[in-house]
Design a protein around this ligand. Structure first.
Ligand code: PLA
Length: 461
């Protein structure tokens, strides 16, 4: 019971149970309706009771997005936001890529006649699964131009609300249709992962990933934990540029992880939020995913264009489910539609049109890769500058992890108290786990950050 097709049966039972509860509720409320007419009349003159929401307690801010809220409230001219992973220029300004501006211009001028499907100048609804051309091109970007899995129609790709939405839709699909309901996430991981998957209906467990002593990968712990996970369990893997640690397995380690996962029948669910941001190359950053797809096995991939195309607020992403046969992929897609339709009906058109415009045109694609590499390179330069600045100050400790770590973040090793001190005394905002967004740093602000780290380390060790 509870496997494959049966689990769909379970869901039908659950759905009809929910429907009959709803019907009973409607009946009861229509009876109550006639009895309460008089009472309601007497209330129309005004309502002065307590709010029915009076018991609602104030929720804490989000650990990552709340950092920006605190930063915005700070009037200091030297304040620095290194909390959320959002790219800033050397001048500390948000960046809209030139190629994105160009794509938008084309869309506004309606010069995309060749786009066979809807574009954002037309404000129609997209299909439930989003813009077809966007989906096709996104799959190619992730799995490679001549991926056999795509050629054999073994992949279904649906446009979702950025990386988060793709993870959520994937999680909900697995909770309904996959026989194992446990997902293993790395320890530590992006703070939203456990919430997304729990609310999707999965049960969340962790596997060892990071070793604070070496500031590197706990490879032995990782293999042990995956080896003892129940057969079939889902495993969340960061495709590249692990958040928050900046520590990725080497290609050889990925190969060992792949072998172990396939032999234990564990289901890989890749979160690819930083393709191109880690190495500067879209293909290199997709290698781990492609390794798992090349063996013919099944997996899920959540893709985000927030960082690599700077489309944060456009909420553009995709979920791909790689299946072992075309007919399975087609049935899986039909069920993904049933997950999406009651959740948000269909995804937004504008961002996906921008992405499709760029990916389909060779020149624009190349222009994008150049701009993407420039962002990745600037982050790498910031790593070197911060490392040099700490060395120049003689700050106690080995800071080589700053230059060894990969992607948008440095997991500094600073503790909660040191972070609080840096925020209070230096107006530097970062998450309390000691993660700093290197993309928020510039040559001008490196000395200020180095001063703050030096003071925090020497005063509060
Ligand atoms: N997955 C990982 C590993 C991420 O780091 C993020 C974003 C996402 C998914 C989701 O991104 P998207 O929905 O915007 O596509 N993490 C950020 C932002 C950059 C955030 O927390 O929302 C971060 O600062 O960690």
């Amino acid at each position: 019971m509870g496997h494959g097709v049966e689990s769909f049966g379970d869901n039908s039972v659950a759905a009809s149970r929910r429907l009959s509860t709803l019907a009973r509720h409607l009946e009861a409320s229509s009876m109550a309706e006639s009895e309460n007419v008089g009472l309601r009349r007497s209330l129309t003159s005004g309502f002065d009771g307590d709010s029915v929401f009076a018991h609602v307690v104030k929720a804490p801010e989000d650990p990552i997005l709340g950092v920006t809220i605190a930063y915005n409230k700070d009037p200091s001219p030297v304040k620095l936001n290194l909390g959320v992973g959002a790219y800033r220029t050397e001048e500390g300004k948000p960046l809209v890529l030139n190629v994105v501006r160009r794509a938008e211009q084309l869309l506004i001028n309606d010069r995309q006649a060749k786009l066979s499907v809807l574009v954002s100048r037309v404000k129609e609804y997209l299909p439930i699964v989003g813009l077809a051309e966007f989906n096709k091109l996104s799959a190619k970007l992730m799995f490679g131009e001549d991926s056999p899995a795509i050629r054999k129609n073994r992949v279904t790709t649906v446009q979702c609300l950025s990386g988060t939405g793709s993870l959520r839709v994937g999680g909900e699909f697995l909770a309904r249709h996959y026989h194992q309901k446990t997902i293993y996430i790395p320890q530590p991981t992006w703070g939203n992962h456990p919430k997304v998957f729990t609310l999707a209906g999965l049960s969340v467990k962790t596997y060892r990933y990071y070793d604070p002593a070496t500031r590197g990968l706990n490879f032995k712990g990782l293999l042990e934990d995956l080896d003892s996970a129940p057969s079939g369990a889902i495993v969340l893997l960061h495709a590249c540029a692990h958040n928050p640690t900046g520590v990725d397995p080497t290609p050889e380690q990925w190969e060992k992880i792949r072998q172990l996962m396939r032999s234990r029948k564990l289901m890989p669910f890749f979160d690819s939020a930083y393709q191109g941001f880690a190495s500067g190359s879209l293909d290199v950053d997709a290698q781990a995913v492609r390794m798992f797809v090349a063996d013919g096995g099944e997996c899920l991939v959540a893709q985000s264009y927030a960082k690599n195309m700077g489309l944060y607020g456009e909420r553009v992403g995709a979920l791909s489910i790689v299946c072992n046969a075309a007919d399975v992929a087609s049935r899986v897609e039909s069920q993904l539609k049933l997950v999406i339709r009651p959740m948000y009906s269909n995804p937004p058109i504008h961002g996906a049109s921008i992405v499709a415009t760029i990916l389909r045109d060779k020149n624009m694609f190349n222009e994008w890769t150049v701009e993407l590499k420039a962002m990745a390179d600037r982050i790498i330069t910031m790593r070197q500058k911060l490392f040099d600045a700490l060395r120049a100050r003689g700050t106690p400790g080995d800071w080589s992890h700053i230059i060894k770590q990969i992607g948008m973040f440095t997991f500094t090793g600073l503790n909660k108290e040191q972070v609080a001190f840096m925020t209070k005394e230096y107006h530097i905002y970062m998450t309390s786990d000691g993660r700093i967004s290197m993309a928020g740093l510039s040559s001008k602000t490196v000395p200020h950050l180095a001063d703050a780290i030096h003071a925090a380390v020497t005063r509060l060790s």
